[in-house]
Design a binder for this molecule. Structure first.
Ligand SMILES: C[S@@+](CC[C@H](N)C(=O)[O-])C[C@H]1O[C@@H](n2cnc3c(N)ncnc32)[C@H](O)[C@@H]1O
Length: 262
């Protein structure tokens, strides 16, 4: 299904104009976001504009009655972090930069932080199970691949995995694992090898840095071409390779399968 927001075309146009850093095309990006919001408000009065990852995950938690959440790269010590804003019963976070401890934050939530690298967390806690996992740790190809595999083993039936920073908006953001890095390569590997998964990348309408990978058990038609790990290959193949969907399709597939207006 095509991404109606034309995100791939936008990224290719930006690249063709030799805008290689996000700062260079930020004004255009801000304009698109504002325009996108206007269009969404006109056409979808009954649906929320889910612009950010917290809103999107909260919607999934609420719709599916999820009660256990794991975040790789979770920062419970910050009030502004994703995990601090999510409400979901049991919340576990994993990040080696702070020691372990409890962090009850919201009414009804029970939180526990594991001060570990994600590889160690998964090997030391093989029986932990979660309804929803958010992967946002070290944004490097093989690390993200191991994080996805560990998360799939820990996923309850009917559960879902979300991945942050799936699409580097510009070439510069691919270079460092503290930016979008090379997460997309791990996602692409599974798009090419796993028919037993359903995978999409949600591009919040008309682009934000928060392009989110979504993985759950199901089925998909694999990406069948050989993969080259270059930014140019990503841009040329992004629609199929990353299985792009817009917010409209996200609602149809994950939230609200009944056609609008019925
Ligand atoms: C982009 S920040 C996370 C932001 C946070 N997820 C949020 O949305 O509020 C990435 C975090 O991943 C952590 N990190 C780096 N390597 C990691 C690893 N191998 N396992 C778990 N966390 C890791 C870093 O210490 C850093 O705090």
């Amino acid at each position: 299904m095509p991404d109606k927001s034309g995100f791939g075309n936008t990224l290719r146009a930006v690249y063709d104009q030799r805008l290689f850093s996000t700062q260079e095309w930020k004004p255009g990006y801000d304009h698109q976001t504002a325009r996108g919001h206007e269009l969404w408000s006109l056409n979808h009065q009954k649906r929320d504009w889910l612009q950010g990852k917290v809103q999107i995950m909260s919607k999934l938690i609420q719709m599916n009655g999820y009660s256990s959440y794991l975040e790789i790269g979770g920062q419970p010590w910050s009030d502004r972090s994703t995990c601090s804003q999510i409400q979901c019963g049991v919340k576990h976070t994993v990040d080696p930069s702070k020691k372990e401890g409890e962090f009850p934050r919201r009414v009804g939530d029970t939180g526990m932080h594991f001060g570990l690298y994600s590889d160690d967390f998964f090997s030391q806690n093989p029986d932990n199970r979660y309804d929803i996992v958010f992967i946002d740790g070290y944004h490097e190809h093989q690390q993200v691949r191991r994080d996805i595999e560990g998360s799939l083993r820990a996923l309850n039936p009917g559960g879902v995995i979300l991945l942050h920073d799936m699409v580097p908006l510009t070439r510069d953001l691919e270079v460092s694992p503290i930016n979008a890095g090379t997460c997309w390569r791990a996602f692409a590997d599974l798009r090419a090898s796993r028919e037993d998964l359903e995978m999409h990348t949600l591009v919040p309408p008309w682009g934000t840095e928060d392009s989110l990978g979504i993985i759950r058990r199901g089925s998909q038609q694999r990406f069948s071409e050989p993969i080259f790990y270059t930014y140019e290959f990503l841009l040329s193949n992004i629609e199929q390779l990353m299985s792009l969907i817009d917010l409209d399709d996200f609602y149809r597939i994950y939230i609200d399968p009944v056609p609008e207006g019925k």
